[in-house]
Ligand binder design. Structure first.
Ligand SMILES: [Zn+2]
Length: 268
């Protein structure tokens, strides 16, 4: 699942393959960019902002892509067979003399002026893997809606950028917090957010998203994808339920014993 760490690693690999070199061929399989040809332009750098990828090309252009649930970038040597999906799922090819970067199933593809990057990513909260990560600001944004459930708030990229559904569930388990706890009633919010940041940071150099420290197959996660199975800590059955606005509802897994809901507020 593409989360902040996945996109960070993609950006680093893309940067290593493309930055500082001229593109020799480009192909955009998206209607609004079908006539664009960036051959001859130099790639300046490739950076991630939360789950967004920005590829800065030439003096003034930025290619903005977002993975959402299904997209990915793959790197191939020229002549190597593409394995990211059937040809009709290819959205972008960026090629130089040594590499082909192929974007599959990218739901968001737009070419911006460099000065317009803010329109694409300016709404994002502090980036957990960004150079400007700001814990206090992320906590401040989360607490601005204290009645919202922490499970929904952590996924809102306007609060902090980079946490997807997997890390949301895993960090809530590690912190012993129910996904339905209102943000304002989470015991130690800065610690929870710091923990999420560490999880992403520890995983960013590897494609695997391991939160248990156990890299054996099937042992990577505490609760994610484990509905109906026993909790690794207490053997209670892991529960699963949709959470959030029905239009954006995300499946959530949690252990009701390790992550109890807070007691009802005391009468004032
Ligand atoms: Zn448990």
């Amino acid at each position: 699942m593409p989360e902040g760490d996945t996109v960070w690693l993609a950006a680093r690999r893309m940067h290593d393959a493309l930055a500082g070199r001229a593109l020799t061929r480009t192909d955009f399989q998206v209607p609004q960019l079908a006539t664009v040809d960036l051959a001859g332009q130099n790639v300046q750098d490739v950076v991630s902002r939360g789950k967004h990828l920005l590829t800065r090309i030439g003096p003034d252009l930025t290619l903005h892509t977002h993975f959402k649930m299904e997209g990915s970038w793959h790197l191939y040597r020229p002549g190597e067979r593409w394995r990211g999906g059937p040809g009709h799922q290819v959205r972008i090819l960026l090629e130089n003399s040594e590499w082909q970067a192929v974007g599959f199933r990218l739901p968001v593809v737009e070419l911006l002026k460099r000065s317009e990057e803010g329109d694409a990513v300016g709404h994002l909260g502090p980036d957990l893997l960004g150079p400007d990560w700001d814990l206090e600001e992320a906590v401040r944004r989360l607490l601005a809606a204290p009645d919202r459930s922490i499970g929904e708030a952590l996924l809102d990229q306007r609060n902090l950028a980079g946490i997807g559904n997997l890390y949301k569930m895993e960090v809530l388990f590690l912190q012993g917090v129910s996904p339905w706890t209102p943000v304002g009633r989470v015991g130690d919010l800065p610690r929870l957010v710091s923990r999420a940041q560490l999880l992403l940071e520890h995983n960013r150099d590897e494609p695997a998203q391991v939160t248990t420290g156990d890299t054996r197959r099937g042992q990577h996660h505490w609760v994610y994808g484990r509905g109906g199975r026993p909790c690794r800590r207490c053997s209670t059955t892991i529960l699963v339920k949709g959470q959030g606005d029905p239009a954006y509802e995300r499946v959530t897994f949690w252990c009701p014993r390790c992550q109890p809901e807070p007691a009802q507020a005391e009468p004032s």
